[in-house]
Design a protein around this ligand. Structure first.
Ligand SMILES: Cc1cc2nc3c(=O)[nH]c(=O)nc-3n(C[C@H](O)[C@H](O)[C@H](O)COP(=O)(O)OP(=O)(O)OC[C@H]3O[C@@H](n4cnc5c(N)ncnc54)[C@H](O)[C@@H]3O)c2cc1C
Length: 349
């Protein structure tokens, strides 16, 4: 059945392009429109949407924009009003949006106001027997649900790293501007600024090609009967710097930090991968000094190629959870890897 599809996005902090996940969600929207035989409209929100609109002009869709200083920064009331205004102008059956923190805060509320339905954290959109079907993982990525709905409008918010990004040449876009008059109560919240950790502490890099995971073994007594924490810190930080990899940790390791033990200073609970941690998406993963237990490995669900370094040939990784297990001392392996990387350009993103 033909569906009228609206793709929504906001301009990113640069003010001239969309966030990376928005181009991925646009790829999903373009595919859905062609598979379902629907029309695609693009709606953009930002202080000035023209430059970002130029980057998606080649998609060939009608482009609507809500712009002005009120729409420069994330704010529930103004973003919700912008999304509602674009929706009203297009009257879509399906709304597809990227899962940015800005839009994840807004989409459920707008869908509720419009008596529509919303599904978030979607990993794919595809027709099954001609019916649009969204996929989402549940129970810490152990079960995959296929969702079909008859209710409209249906808001579909797509997670990053799940669809190839749409690409096209830059062109001058014809943007139809929609004026949104914000009532005073929608302007009460003011944007104060963004607080981010300093650059050295920024070890979580969702766009990196490689996820490097450190386990509790790095903090354990080694063959000489002593711990080697300063050496572990130097090896890991040097590897992250040279490879551009993102840093993950096992629960045992990050919990030690919480208990004020002298462990890796840059490792926090935000780095934890697993059932009670995160489920990052990267093409490759390298685990070091981590046993590969099930509650940890469940967080590796979306890592395509998995390798591990462990001294124990009977560790969890050896039992089918890694594609390649190096039975070796991670201190030695990482030192060698760092010296090889020193001769090469960085691999990671
Ligand atoms: C409800 C529940 C939820 C949980 N959720 C999570 C979760 O989200 N994430 C998570 O990680 N865990 C989780 N766990 C805990 C999980 O079961 C394990 O306890 C934890 O992952 C173990 O961490 P580890 O592998 O780093 O440490 P360990 O099990 O102590 O393993 C350390 C490994 O390091 C190796 N090693 C030591 N020195 C070296 C060296 N020089 N070179 C190479 N290898 C070396 C050892 O051989 C050993 O295999 C959960 C548990 C429960 C019950």
């Amino acid at each position: 059945m033909s569906q009228n599809i609206l793709f929504l996005a906001h301009v990113d902090e640069s003010g001239i392009v969309l966030p990376k996940v928005a181009y991925e969600a646009l790829g999903a929207a373009v595919d859905a429109a062609s598979q379902l035989g629907g029309t695609l409209t693009i709606g953009l929100v930002g202080e000035n949407v023209q430059a970002a609109a130029n980057t998606v002009a080649a998609a060939g869709a009608r482009i609507l924009g809500v712009s002005g200083p009120d729409f420069a920064q994330p704010r529930y009331a103004s973003d919700a009003a912008a999304v509602e205004a674009i929706r009203k102008a297009v009257a879509p059956d399906i709304v597809i949006a990227p899962g940015t923190s800005r839009f994840l805060r807004v989409m459920a509320g707008v869908a509720g106001r419009l008596k529509g339905r919303v599904d978030t954290h979607l990993t794919s959109l595809e027709p099954v027997d001609g019916v649009l079907t969204a996929k989402r993982w549940f129970y810490r990525q152990r079960m995959e649900a296929l969702i079909q709905r008859e209710a409209r409008p249906w808001f579909l918010v797509v997670d990053s790293g799940c669809h190839a990004a749409w690409t096209g040449t830059m062109a001058t876009a014809q943007v139809e501007s929609i004026t949104v008059h914000l009532p005073a109560e929608a302007q009460r919240t003011t944007f104060a600024g963004v607080r981010v950790p300093n650059a050295d502490a920024q070890t979580i890099r969702p766009d990196a090609k490689l996820l490097f995971v450190a386990g509790a073994g790095w903090s354990k007594k080694q063959a000489d009967g002593k711990t080697h924490l300063p050496e572990a810190e130097t090896l890991i930080l040097e590897f992250l710097r040279k490879s551009g990899a993102s840093l993950g940790g096992s629960k045992s390791l990050v919990d030690q930090t919480g208990e004020n033990q002298a462990v890796l200073g840059f490792m926090t609970h935000l780095n934890q991968v697993g059932q009670t941690g995160s489920t990052p998406r990267h093409p490759k993963g390298l685990s070091t000094c981590c046993h590969g237990e099930e509650p940890h490995v469940v967080g590796w669900r979306f890592i395509n190629e998995r390798r591990a370094v462990n001294l124990d040939p009977n560790c969890g990784w050896a039992r089918g959870k890694a594609d390649v297990l190096y039975v070796a001392d991670a201190f030695q392996v990482m030192a060698k890897l760092n010296s090889l990387l020193a001769e090469k350009a960085p691999l990671g993103g």
